[in-house]
Design a protein around this ligand. Structure first.
Ligand code: GLY
Length: 410
């Protein structure tokens, strides 16, 4: 199966020139970030933070994805789709500093994730991969924590309950029989698939991988448009498997290209390549990357929807750029063409430098975030021009990738 997608190609002149970024800037960026993470550890410990900031400040997490997620409104509860990013940040902090204290807190959080999947607290979603890859899979990979491994396998089993056999997709949101959500896949889900690939590796049961591979192929075929842009979400008939239509939820319009969705696709297709070695996914990651990079504004950090460029009054979404950088750095590991490798590497380095210089919280003493100026949900005016936990996580993952050898948590 090949799809006809027009690859715009590597058109951004700035990334063709050899980048002589002084690497010490990234060490300084790590030190600045670690100072923030260290003080958050002292304050929050094993409690969880809000998904995005208010006035650039996180507080204790209260609300999950459903009204019943945390009925007692317990502050710092492990609910919602973003808590794994805090655990992921602590795992990275351990790798960057070698300080054991981060691991002690991760261990307590792993117990919370075990309890969450056992009692099925706010897990009626496909975002199980975001939650469990960065917390439990990472903890297992770093320390061999068996509780973490068992919880992550259980989480993968739960994710499999969302697999729609006839369509070959994992349904994103809601109850499986919800008429508004039935048969909807979303591009973000490419980042949930590594949990399934990993589960096949550690259990020897190929069923998880088969489902993930099928979902990735359907994303390859239907969620990418002919011009290399992406739909945010796509509906399938759950009885016949027939592909129906693309639709946005968080983007500007059904026809536009939501920046974060495109970034999830760059990284997500690269990760499906890692686990399947299907070169179509590598090609697709490149195509999406070229479209994304060809819309780079002056300071290289994209607007929240790629419909917008410099001169618009729309906000930037720094988290999209942080995700894309991690995807590019993964992509270059698997490319053989030197020109392509250098181009995507240059882009990753220049964007990261710009994120540090213009978007990091280094001059914001009152902020407990790492990367400012993100957008969570523009239409609902939620987390607009604020930091968010995934932006912080991917910014730190990018810095970790650049400053040391790093093995995937995904
Ligand atoms: N996965 C949800 C988001 O990117 O906002």
């Amino acid at each position: 199966m090949e799809v006809a997608v027009n690859n715009e190609g590597m058109n951004e002149e700035r990334f063709k020139r050899r980048t002589d970024v002084d690497r010490s800037v990234f060490q300084t960026a790590v030190s600045d970030a670690m100072a923030k993470v260290r003080s958050n550890l002292d304050v929050f410990q094993d409690k969880f933070l809000t998904s995005s900031t208010v006035g650039n400040v996180y507080s204790l997490n209260v609300y999950g994805d459903t009204p019943t997620a945390n009925p007692d409104k317990i502050p710092g509860a492990n609910v919602g789709w973003t808590t794994g990013f805090w655990t992921g940040i602590l795992n990275l902090a351990y790798e960057l500093t070698g300080e054991q204290e981060y691991l002690y807190v991760v261990e307590r959080q792993v117990n919370s994730f075990e309890d969450r999947i056992e009692r099925k607290i706010d897990v009626n979603t496909h975002d199980i991969g975001f939650l469990y890859s960065l917390s439990c899979v990472a903890a297992y990979k770093l320390t061999g924590n068996e509780t973490a491994k068992a919880a992550a396998i259980r989480a993968a089993d739960h994710l499999m309950t969302r697999y729609v056999q006839a369509a070959g997709i994992i349904q994103a949101w809601g109850n499986m029989d919800d008429p508004n959500e039935r048969g909807r896949m979303i591009i973000d889900c490419l980042m949930n698939l590594p949990l399934l690939y990993w589960a096949s590796e550690v259990t020897g049961d190929g069923g998880y991988k088969d489902a993930a591979y099928q979902h990735a192929l359907n994303a390859y075929k239907y969620i990418v448009r002919e011009d290399g842009t992406t739909f945010h979400t796509y509906f399938f008939d759950v009885f016949t498997g027939e592909p129906l239509k693309g639709k946005t939820v968080q983007g500007y319009s059904d026809d536009s290209c939501w920046a974060r969705g495109q970034a999830w696709g760059i990284y997500g297709f690269a990760l499906s390549y890692v686990y399947t070695k299907d070169v179509r996914f590598l090609e697709m990651s490149k195509i999406l990357a070229n479209y994304f990079l060809n819309r780079s504004p002056e300071d290289l950090v994209v607007y929240w929807d790629l419909e917008f460029t410099d001169g618009s009054d729309e906000p930037k979404d720094s988290s999209s750029s942080a995700i894309a950088v991690c995807g590019l750095l993964e992509l270059v590991k698997h490319l053989s063409d030197e020109e392509e490798k250098q181009y995507f590497f240059n882009a990753a380095m220049q964007i990261t430098k710009s994120m540090y210089e213009h978007y990091s919280s280094r001059h914001e003493e009152t902020s407990n975030a790492l990367l400012l100026h993100g957008v969570y949900f523009k239409m609902y005016n939620h987390g607009v021009d604020e930091a968010n936990l995934w932006g912080d996580y991917f910014y730190l993952e990018a810095l970790t990738r650049i400053t040391k050898d790093w093995n995937l948590y995904w």
